[in-house]
Design a protein around this ligand. Structure first.
Ligand code: PMP
Length: 419
C-alpha cells in the first residue's frame, strides 16, 4: 500500500518539504468550482483525503472485504488483521495502548459513549459537570442529556476577550461537587489551543475526571495523549485525512473496565444467554455490531501517511499560513477576527462590518473559495460574542500562500460589492 507522502520519513523539516508535491496527492484539490480553481479553506469542517487513503479504502473493498472477528475463512482473517492493524497504527500515532483505544464513528460518538457509559451511571443530584464557553455542540449536548437524567448541574468556564480560557475562573469552578470536566483541546471557532496538561493536572488534584475533545488538535499538531494526563480523549477521522464515520475514543483502562456497554449487539459480548449476557473486555465491549471496517482501515492509512509527513512539519506549515493569513486579512476594511489566543491553530473566524456571513461565503464560493459560514456548532460562543454568524477560514498543510492571497483579494472584491 502506498502510504508514504514522499521520500522523506518524518525526519525532514517543514522548510525542506516540497509542499506542492504533498498537495498534489489530494485529487480533489485539482478541481475547479464555478470555473475557478478550488481554494478549500474548510478543513476544520472536514479535511481532504490523499490518494494513499483513497487507495487503502478501495483496495480493501476490492480485494479483502469481509466482516471482522467472525469468519474463519481467509478473507475474514485478512479483514480482521487489517482492521486491528489500523488500531495499532492509530494507537502508536497517539502514543496510547491499543487495548485502550475504542474505534467508533468519531468524536460525537466518543463523547456520547463517555456521557452514557461513564457519567450516566455515576452522577447524582448535586454533582456538577464543568464545560467551557468554547465547546462544540458535540461536547455540550451529551452532557445536558446526562444532567437531565441524573439531576447533575452544568457549570461553564468563561473566556478572556482574546478567546482564551480564563484559567483562574476555571480553577474557581472546580469545587468538590464537580465530577467531570470536558473541554476542547483546540477550539473549532477560535483556534485557541488550551493548556491541556495544566488543566488535567489541576482536575486530577481534585479527583475530577477529564474528557478532552481532540477533534481539532489531532489533525494539526503532534498529540501524545499519554503525556496529557487526561482520562478520556476523543478524536474524529475525517478531519485528519481519514474517511468520514471514523475515529475513536481513548480511555484509561481502569475507567473503561468499569464502564457498562453503551450499545448492545454482536462483537461486544463474550457469551449471550436469555438469562443474561457476559460482556467482552474493552475496547470490544464498546464496539457493538459491524464497524466501519474499510473506513477505519483508511484512517490507519491516514495516520501512517501523516506520521511519514511528520506532525511537527504539519504544525509549522499551518502556523506560517495562519500568521500570513491573519496579517493579510486585517488589511480588509471593516474586518474583525474572533479569537486572538497566544497559542492558536490555523482557524480564523471573521466578520466584515455590514455584511452577512452567509452572503460573504456565497460570494466567496463564486470565486472558488470554500469557507464555512454560520454558528459553527457553537451557539453559546456566538451568543457570548453577540453575533448571529461568522465566516471561518480554516487551513491545512495542503493550502498554499497563493490561496491566502486569493482569499484576501476575493474579500476586498466582495466587500466592495456588498458594503
Ligand atoms: N468537536 C469539535 C471541536 C469539532 O470541530 C467537531 C466537528 N466539527 C466535533 C466535535 C464533532 O465531530 P464529528 O461530527 O466528526 O463527530
Amino acid at each position: 500500500m502506498n502510504a508514504k507522502p514522499h521520500e522523506h520519513d518524518g525526519t525532514s523539516s517543514a522548510a525542506t518539504i516540497d509542499w506542492h508535491s504533498i498537495r498534489a496527492q489530494f485529487p480533489v484539490l485539482e478541481r475547479r468550482v464555478h470555473g475557478k480553481p478550488l481554494v478549500y479553506l474548510d478543513s476544520a469542517n472536514t479535511g481532504q483525503k490523499p490518494q494513499a487513503v483513497i487507495d487503502a479504502v478501495s483496495t480493501f473493498s476490492a480485494h479483502h472485504n469481509a466482516n471482522v472477528s467472525r469468519a474463519v475463512h481467509a478473507l475474514g482473517g485478512e479483514a480482521t488483521e487489517a482492521y486491528e492493524a489500523a488500531r495499532t497504527t492509530l494507537a502508536r500515532f497517539l502514543s496510547v495502548r491499543r487495548d485502550e483505544l475504542v474505534l467508533c464513528s468519531g468524536t460525537t460518538f466518543a463523547l456520547n459513549l463517555v456521557a452514557f457509559s461513564w457519567a450516566l451511571p455515576r452522577l447524582k443530584p448535586g454533582d456538577a459537570i464543568v464545560l467551557t464557553r468554547m465547546e462544540h455542540h458535540a461536547n455540550i449536548v451529551p452532557w445536558q442529556l446526562v444532567a437531565e437524567r441524573t439531576g447533575a448541574v452544568i457549570k461553564v468556564a468563561e473566556l478572556t476577550p482574546e478567546g482564551e480560557l480564563d484559567l483562574d475562573g476555571l480553577w474557581r469552578l472546580l469545587t468538590p461537587e464537580v465530577q467531570l470536566l470536558a473541554f476542547a483541546h483546540v477550539s473549532n471557532v477560535l483556534g485557541t489551543v488550551n493548556p491541556v496538561r495544566e488543566i488535567c493536572r489541576e482536575a486530577a488534584k481534585r479527583g475530577i475526571v477529564t474528557v478532552v475533545d481532540g477533534s481539532q488538535a489531532v489533525p494539526h499538531r503532534p498529540v501524545d495523549i499519554a503525556a496529557l494526563g487526561c482520562d478520556f480523549y476523543a478524536f474524529t477521522g475525517h478531519k485528519m485525512c481519514g474517511p468520514t464515520g471514523t475515529g475513536g475514543l481513548w480511555g484509561r483502562r481502569e475507567l473503561l473496565a468499569q464502564m457498562p456497554p453503551f450499545l448492545g449487539g454482536g462483537e461486544m459480548i463474550r457469551e449471550v444467554r436469555f438469562e443474561g449476557t457476559v460482556f467482552n473486555d474493552p475496547p470490544m465491549r464498546f464496539e457493538a455490531g459491524t464497524p466501519n471496517i474499510a473506513g477505519q482501515i483508511g484512517l490507519g492509512a491516514a495516520a501512517e501517511w501523516l506520521s511519514a509527513l511528520g506532525m511537527t512539519n504539519v504544525e509549522a506549515r499551518e502556523q506560517q499560513l495562519l500568521d500570513d493569513a491573519t496579517a493579510a486579512l486585517l488589511t480588509v476594511p471593516g474586518l474583525r477576527i474572533f479569537g486572538s489566543a497566544r497559542e492558536k491553530a490555523a482557524v480564523i473566524s471573521f466578520a466584515i462590518e455590514g455584511v452577512h456571513a452567509h452572503d460573504l461565503a456565497t460570494l466567496l464560493d463564486l470565486e472558488g473559495i470554500a469557507v464555512r459560514s454560520g454558528q459553527h456548532c457553537a451557539h453559546p460562543l456566538m451568543q457570548w460574542f453577540g453575533v448571529s454568524a461568522t465566516c471561518r477560514a480554516s487551513f491545512a498543510f495542503y493550502n498554499t500562500p497563493a490561496e491566502v492571497d486569493a482569499l484576501v483579494a476575493a474579500l476586498h472584491k466582495v466587500r466592495q460589492l456588498l458594503v
